[in-house]
Design a protein. Sequence first.
Length: 392
Amino acid sequence: MKILIYILAVFGILSSVGCNNEKPAEENGKWSVKMANSVIERHDSLVNYLNPDKIKWQYDIAMVGQAIDKLGHVDSVYSQYMEDYVDYFVTESGDVRKYDPTDYNIDRINPAKNIITVYKRKGDAKYRKAIEMHVEQMRNHPKTKSGGYWHKKIYPWQIWLDGVYMATPFLAQYAREFNAPEWFDEVAHEILLTYQVTHDDETGLLYHAWDESKEQQWADPETGRSPHFWSRAMGWYMMAIVDVLDYFPEDHPKRDSMITVFQNTADALMNVQDEETGLWYQVLDMGDREGNYIEGSGSSMFAYAFAKGARKGYLDKSYLKTANSIFDGILEHLITVDENGLVTMHHICGACGLGGNPYRDGTFEYYISETQVDNDPKGVGPFILAAIELNR
């Protein structure tokens, strides 16, 4: 029955739940809605997104749910789609399927933002228990000697830009929603430390990761930094700051420092923007090198971060125009629509990491060789978020 409801909603047959009026035509024509409808038509549940044989408590699929949920004002079916995802994983006892806190995998924290959303709507104790389970992971999560979270237990002594997004917006929201202000200091430390250890003085860009031990093959023996600037890694970092600031106290002593980092990083990104497309390459500063390509997830993340940053006053108002231009470039170069109205996003890097087995060495050749995946959630989620932020 739920599948039928979703399909009806996709084709505009279903009117808004609890309302006799049809969805406004201007809402139906927006890219945020069109992409969300395409996701729902292709996948009866977020649980089955991309690979139904390997269901995980997954950061990127959860982000798609977070994005689609923001369209709940258009039709409650969008929020229900996210809530059903949460309810698949959160059991009646408050445990979370496919989640083991003792793995100390920071990627598994991002989906807990969805649980906070559902808890605020329903108030069931099982959701609160599941939220606290994720907080408890972060209380015990291993850290570098400098006080930054390891990316994962299997990646010791390493801070990745990706991980800043995975944990800090959740912790900042938890601090605000559940009166736990001690987490604000933790969040600020994580954001500012990561900037310090990954920042390149010459370009202002941030390297993908840092190994405090300097033992990894990919780590510079003197600085511990990985060798390249990866677009999506910087996208995660920019989205982390702009989302964290939603919850941060105005008078927190580190708030202005985070805004300054956000501004400086935005300016640095503009220096490596592709002039022809208005987008960004997979390896940010090597657009003229053979094999490099315009990448969808990082470009969408920058559009979202710039638009929201301008609206909130963290960036100059000119960044709103920039964000709209980026979105235009995404539509022109990365989006196609088939005869049935289904939207596809192309040229999204499926996955990139460092170390592991087989070993990922962080070279230019590595970053450009990872598989590009149409409609990968790491591109679709930020695309919807950017479209909502830009009212498009």
